[in-house]
Design a protein around this ligand. Structure first.
Ligand code: FES
Ligand code: MG
Length: 601
């Protein structure tokens, strides 16, 4: 806890109106000229002098919804209830736009915009007369961008997720967003369905407003924002169209005003213990493989050095409790009805896997918030003693090609186990010949080329897909086998790469390998035909080659000027590439992580 917040839940610390940050702009007798300039233009649309100067907190609302960001678009309506809440509690709301981030549409990748939106939000929160802020979130990167900025600026802040879409259905079958696309691609490749049916079935997954209804990156990050203590208990996973969603928007607006008076700030909440809770919770949720990147990034901006070793140490042993796609069978509506995030936290606390004393935005400790929140449907949110999968967290693999790469073990299917992890003497290891691709275009151009000799024992490798090689890092590591293999019923092969994969994918790939090929990582030295050994027990991936040959390859690569990647297309791509850190370190901008608590500067 920082020294800023000296309250207790029963007797919170309180600031006085003259301590409001906004007074510097709106009521500053020492600088009458500045004050006059600040108030006159806000008055021009009808705000009164009384509202700006009589000691009411000014509350920003970071609007992440727009026509370009459909997953968050309903925040345009929802913030009306936020404003009602702010007014009820005696604050003055100011809504402003956040840089749009839409996961599915942004080219070359939405990940490019997480750090851009972060920078923009930091400047707004620092530079305008805001005493507190409501962060509207939803689609994948909108949540980490908002939390990273809140940690850097450190004014009172609360997250309002937009909530997931309703369940998708095709007849009586649940259709989960993203997850269905991965399945349909295989069926299209196998010739079972045509393009028109592919599109129509894909759209079944999106029946309403809201973000992805699977436990993809959006649901994971909003659930983790709640687990971190940054949104109201029980709010993260209320489906977007439900009446409770608008009710919690109102309550969020009320609460942020109180947080300003209590001077309860992000760095009082985003402690090392809170991040460790998030790691544990992510495993129990079967959360996205993008979560470690984003949570590590938020942590670094909060001054907490969280690493992938922490993810394995704290998270790997945790069982899967949330029976939600892609790791499970249900979708967000069932998850919410079964008790949502509080029910998962309740199970984890009872199993002594969380720190219950951490502070949360409502001014109470986590343990108080989840009291009595037992699972209401043990089929959907499992009891700790009866999980869906044991050891559901990430493994942090290392070896002679990279320092860190994650594998989501909760999605290893029985079929995958039977084909690769089938040696009774050594059930946690397999070896295979690799086929290597340089980026997604190369993969699409060559995957069906018989000259690659891909068979059911091949390991597919994707490189040039990290934050430098493919600016922002591409979600392309989960590669589909060649069509000829799919027609024979081989629907997946082990994949390895320095890029990411979609959180909605159920593929047990080895991802986020750092350092990436483009910055000197060992994947650049691989050649099609090499053999790899993957040993999950020892946490190792090794290229089976002698050291001299590996060194000779590195000399040849360096003599040729290093690993080649495509040119920048925009100024931001060039700027980000010049300072972005590896996926393991959260893909943060190196200079930005030095700034902390900038609202006080
Ligand atoms: Fe926006 Fe999944 S595409 S939440
Ligand atoms: Mg994604």
């Amino acid at each position: 806890r920082s020294d800023a917040w000296s309250g207790t839940p029963d007797k919170p610390h309180r600031i006085t109106p003259d301590q409001l940050r906004s007074r510097y702009w709106f009521d500053n007798p020492e600088h009458p000229g500045t004050t006059a300039l600040c108030i006159e233009r806000y008055l021009n649309y009808g705000i009164t002098l009384e509202e700006l100067t009589s000691g009411k907190p000014i509350i920003g609302i970071s609007q992440s919804g727009s026509d370009l960001t459909p997953c968050n678009r309903h925040h345009i309506e929802l913030v009306k209830r936020v404003k009602d809440g702010i007014r009820t509690a005696g604050g003055v709301p100011f809504e402003f736009p956040m840089h749009p981030i839409h996961e599915n549409v942004r080219r070359p990748t939405a990940a490019l915009d997480r750090n851009l939106a972060y920078l923009g939000l930091v400047e707004v929160l620092h530079g305008y007369p805001l005493d507190g802020v409501v962060l509207t979130t939803g689609c994948d990167k909108t949540t980490p961008a908002a939390l990273m900025a809140a940690a850097t600026v450190n004014i009172p802040a609360i997250v309002l997720s937009g909530g997931p879409m309703l369940n998708g259905w095709r007849g009586s079958e649940r259709v989960g967003s993203g997850t269905i696309i991965w399945e349909l691609r295989k069926r299209l490749a196998a010739g079972d369905i045509d393009y028109a049916e592919f599109l129509s079935r894909g759209a079944d997954s999106a029946p309403s407003i809201g973000h992805c209804n699977t436990m993809g990156t959006a649901s994971s990050m909003n659930a983790l924002a709640e687990a971190l203590g940054m949104s109201l208990p029980g709010s993260a996973m209320i489906p977007a169209p439900y009446k409770e969603r608008a009710m919690v928007a109102y309550q969020t607006g009320c609460r942020i005003v109180e947080m300003v008076w209590e001077d309860l700030r992000p760095l009082d909440i985003l402690t090392r213990e809170a991040f460790e809770n998030a790691v544990v919770t992510c495993s129990a949720l079967g959360g996205s493989s993008n979560a470690p990147i984003h949570v590590n990034a938020i942590a670094r901006h909060a001054g907490v050095e969280l690493t992938n070793d922490d993810w394995q140490r704290l998270g790997h042993e945790i069982p899967l409790l949330a029976n939600v796609m892609p790791a499970g069978a249900y979708l967000s509506e069932e998850f919410h009805r079964a008790g949502g995030v509080p029910a998962v936290l309740h199970e984890l606390l009872a199993a002594d896997k969380l720190n219950g004393e951490v502070m949360t935005v409502n001014g109470r400790a986590l343990v108080a918030n989840v009291q009595g929140c037992e699972t209401r449907d043990p089929e959907v949110i499992r009891h700790y003693a009866n999980p869906l999968v044991e050891h559901a967290g990430f493994l942090n693999l290392k070896g002679n090609l990279f320092d860190s790469a994650l594998m989501k073990t909760s999605v290893i299917s029985p079929d995958f186990r039977a084909r690769f992890l089938n040696d009774p003497a050594d059930p946690d290891a397999f070896e295979g010949r690799v086929a290597v691709f340089d980026g997604a275009e190369d993969y699409h151009a060559r995957i069906d080329d018989p000259a690659l000799g891909i068979d059911e024992h091949t390991i597919l490798v994707m490189r040039g897909a990290g934050p430098v090689g493919h600016p922002g890092g591409a979600e392309v590591v989960n590669m589909q086998p060649p069509e000829a293999l799919i027609r024979r019923g081989i629907e997946s092969l082990p994949c390895l790469g320095d890029g990411r994969q979609s959180g909605t994918s159920g593929s047990p790939s080895i991802l986020n390998a750092s350092p990436e090929a483009a910055t000197g990582g060992g994947l650049a030295l691989l050649e099609t035909g090499d053999r790899l050994r993957v040993d999950l027990k020892r946490g190792e991936v090794r290229l089976l080659i002698d050291e001299a040959e590996l060194k000779a390859r590195r000399r040849r690569l360096e003599a040729a000027g290093g690993y080649r990647y495509p040119d920048h297309q925009t100024p931001w791509q060039e700027i980000q590439r010049s300072m972005v850190e590896p996926l393991e370190r959260g893909m943060t901008l190196a200079p930005a992580t030095r700034y902390r608590d900038v609202a006080r500067q």
